[in-house]
Design a protein around this ligand. Structure first.
Ligand code: IMP
Length: 192
């Protein structure tokens, strides 16, 4: 079975290929000749995952899955959510995004937040969604230097460290993306 992962992130693609049986071959966007930027214009995380997966299936005719992730902060009514990458502007800068979030949460007692990843899978004419959630809190200052994005200010439930202070393997076991990916993999193993 050939399945496109609507991503050009070589690490993500390699990681997921290693977790799947050899009978499932993961193809990148590059591998199918898709070099254009796929629109991510939906106003929900689910909507963007679906847009990306459908774009590939409709335009290139492949079964496909796509993911989208956002950080939802309770005291900010779920912001930045689907706008997490560009919270502080189109420059998509992680430092700017974290600084803005810390400013917007200044003096707020409720610092609860969650990361949410949705994977949309188009397979054999059917669409399926897989959701992974990591609950936690936004810290008052940055700590740690691993990972990316909001990792230095997100402390997952049950840990005293931020995502940026945890070993990557630990983060992958408890993360939103890790959980959504595990659900996808279990499904694919059952249906292959
Ligand atoms: P994407 O949908 O995976 O591109 O994620 C959108 C944005 O959410 C990223 O640009 C980051 O700002 C943020 N994000 C996603 N996953 C993580 C994570 O695991 N740690 C920290 N930030 C993340």
């Amino acid at each position: 079975m050939k399945l496109v992962f609507a991503s050009n992130n070589k690490n993500k693609i390699k990681e997921i290929q290693q977790l799947l049986p050899d009978s499932i071959q993961i193809l990148s966007l590059e591998a199918i000749g898709c070099h254009e930027e796929i629109p991510e214009t939906a106003d929900t995380i689910e909507g963007n995952a679906i847009l990306k997966a459908n774009y590939v299936t409709e335009k290139y005719g492949y079964d496909c899955f796509a993911d989208d992730t956002g950080l939802e902060v309770a005291a900010l009514n779920g912001e930045p959510g689907v706008y997490s990458a560009r919270y502080a502007g189109e420059q998509r800068n992680a430092e700017d995004n974290m600084n803005l979030l810390l400013d917007n949460l200044n003096q707020k007692a409720n610092r609860n937040a969650q990361f949410k990843t949705v994977i949309a899978l188009n397979l054999n004419g059917k669409q399926q969604l897989f959701t992974g959630i990591a609950k936690g809190k936004i810290t008052t200052e940055k700590s740690g230097c691993q990972g990316f994005g909001y990792d230095p200010i997100f402390q997952p439930e049950g840990y005293n460290e931020t995502f940026a202070e945890l070993a990557l393997e630990t983060k992958n076991q408890i993360s939103h993306r890790g959980k959504a990916t595990q659900l996808l993999i279990s499904y694919l193993k059952e249906t292959k």
